[in-house]
Design a protein around this ligand. Sequence first.
Ligand SMILES: C[S@@+](CC[C@H](N)C(=O)[O-])C[C@H]1O[C@@H](n2cnc3c(N)ncnc32)[C@H](O)[C@@H]1O
Length: 327
Amino acid sequence: MIASLVNAAELLEPYSPQVPTDQLIVALNRWYHEHEVKTYDHEHEEIRHQLPPLWEAMVATAVSRHTQQPWRILNFGCGTGFEASLLLQFLAPESIDELWCYDLSPEMLEMCKATMGPKFPKAHFVNSLDELPSDGRFNLFATNSVLHHLPSPAETLESMLPHLSDTAIWLAGHEPSSRYYKNPICCETYRRFLQTHRRRRWLSPSAYLNFALRKTGLRETPAQAAAISAVNAGMLERRPSLRVVSRLVDLHVAHSSEEAEAGRGFDIDEMTNHFSNDWELCSYKAYSFMGSFYEGGLSRNWQNECRRLAEQYPKDGANFCSVWQRC
Ligand SMILES: C[S@@+](CC[C@H](N)C(=O)[O-])C[C@H]1O[C@@H](n2cnc3c(N)ncnc32)[C@H](O)[C@@H]1O
């Protein structure tokens, strides 16, 4: 089994859930991303720096594996159009026949449409899986930073198979790896880093400003918006803490070795095993050797530490990209 519902029901219990846990996770994600769409493109700058070269390499793997072009692309959890834009950039435009973008959040999808529509006028933008053709036409399946939001990633991936061709390639970008927190040397280095980082963070005026704006309610966060919506919709009787909302939205992101051991996060070896009937792993790249921190923003000393860990434990970065082909 890969990445199960972990302790989601336990986290929700104090707030008296009125619907099943998986429904709540999907709903919280929808409200969270409805709110996050306003800031998403500005607040994830590290992703915008770090990921394009990784996607370029993933696309090169896909091209080397697949001779049956043109591409018919299904982008699941498209968000504001990040990976769809990269696909248009790295694939020859004449090699793309179809592009279908799907997202749970209508707001994210609208933003994707505004970005991608002019770049690829033939693109389709759908908010329901029922609108996707299920004739097995898609030979390129693209996801980025979305599997960790799904109540049951393995089930969702299985439900995608009828939409995909028998030799489809799956580009799976930027997911959290539990291997980082299962590696004691990575954990110990991260613990040392956090000690110095925490001291420095509280010297920063912007940290105080953000804290004050959130505490006074002047800046509503996506987690606050999702917590309020869940109560208003009658899905929870009491408003959950923001920590609980973010643990449920980022359901499969581990933050500690205990969480990783409890089943949070993805482990490429477990995935390879689990998917062995449907998918063959073509390439894998792990990065982020300082946990959730973008390595490019660290001091030279800490960047060197990251390099050292990457050389010693290449599979154990906190995030990874992978390429798969149906088998
Ligand atoms: C972190 S964002 C990533 C967006 C985009 N792929 C990117 O990399 O910029 C996660 C996206 O997954 C979508 N999402 C969350 N849960 C989902 C679900 N159950 N089904 C489909 N999309 C979902 C959210 O609406 C959001 O757009």
